[in-house]
Write a protein that binds this ligand. Structure first.
Ligand SMILES: [Zn+2]
Length: 233
């Protein structure tokens, strides 16, 4: 529903504007909310000299209660008596932490930490950094998976010192984990090298392969757990 507002420009002059709608979700807690502006509406000009308004809102949910800013940009030409503006962004966008099964969280807390940071980078459109982060997360996932599979400390040290691709080729025995992890390494290496080899795949494919690898590892560890804790009677 459109709303008439009185925006204040940075030189303290006022201007009546029409905005197309208020935000209908909170970018901090990612919940649908009904909000009212808190009264601060700042009018600026963007690089093309079009009107641009920022309005402050507050999430009505008690367990969130954060302020956030809705950004509106002009959808008409300049010089109109009552400029019309459309909602174009709501900030700060706080990414939701990716969720992993307990088995993965216990087996490799570093993987979860690095993956979460990579996801945050991706959500901020820092795709060049996110790819490197996902590649690092993959290394911790696979090496911790191998380290978890043995009590032999000497072997564990070998896993830590061996290149990831060789760890997967020589030591990962589950064919599904092996398939996903090896493809993830290929795409992950593309994120860290100057030239790409896999031009038809991108960060989304790398994330899918990482998700698949964690799913297969989770299934294997859970199956192993019930095999060990529930021997035949
Ligand atoms: Zn909220």
């Amino acid at each position: 529903m459109p709303h008439n507002i009185q925006a204040i420009s940075t030189d303290h002059s006022g201007l009546a504007c029409v905005i197309d709608k208020y935000p209908d979700f909170c970018p901090v807690c990612h919940t649908a909310v009904e909000v009212k502006p808190l009264g601060t509406m700042i009018l600026r000009k963007d690089a093309d000299e079009h009107d641009y308004v920022e309005m402050v809102f507050r999430c009505p949910r008690q367990d969130c209660d954060h302020f956030f800013i809705a950004r509106y940009k002009s959808i008409g030409g300049t010089g109109a008596p009552r400029p019309e503006l459309a909602l174009c962004d709501v900030v700060p966008r706080t990414p939701l932490d990716p969720q992993f099964p307990d088995t993965i969280e216990k087996m490799s807390p570093r993987f979860v930490r690095i993956y979460t940071q990579a996801s945050e980078a991706a959500s901020r459109q820092l795709d060049e950094i996110a790819g490197v982060g996902y590649r690092k997360a993959l290394e911790f996932l696979i090496k911790d998976y191998l380290i978890h599979s043995t009590d032999d400390e000497e072997q564990q040290d070998k896993y830590k010192q061996t290149a990831l691709a060789n760890c997967i080729k020589d030591h990962v025995s589950d064919p599904k984990v092996k398939l996903c992890a090896s493809r993830a390494v290929w795409l992950g290496n593309d994120e860290t090298h100057y030239e790409r080899k896999w031009n038809d795949q991108d960060l989304r494919d790398l994330k899918i392969l990482l998700q698949l690898a964690t799913n297969w590892i989770d299934s294997e560890l859970l199956t192993q757990h019930y095999g060990e804790t529930m021997p035949p009677k």
